[in-house]
Design a protein around this ligand. Structure first.
Ligand code: ZN
Length: 82
């Protein structure tokens, strides 16, 4: 869940993990910790046609959720880190 200020032209003010509710560190409009942002525009073959769903997960919740998967996630080492 993300909140933006209206006065500072949409500056990021708050990010909370939708799973555990924890407030993630945001300073001067910049998110300063890992956050998994998901956005899914549901289509015609879904039960939510026409809806866009968005949520944020902290890294701890991401780890806990993905560990429960029956098929492990694919992991690739990044060779270029900026
Ligand atoms: Zn969380």
């Amino acid at each position: 869940m993300r909140k933006f200020s209206e006065r500072e032209s949409g500056r990021l003010t708050e990010v909370r993990c939708n799973c555990c509710g924890r407030a993630l560190s945001v300073k001067n409009g910049i998110l300063e910790e890992e956050c998994i942002r998901a956005e899914t525009p549901f289509g015609f073959f879904s039960r939510k046609d026409g809806q866009i769903h968005r949520f944020d997960l902290c890294e701890d919740c991401y780890d806990r959720l993905t560990k429960a998967f029956r098929i492990p996630i694919e992991i690739e080492e990044r060779t270029e880190v900026l």
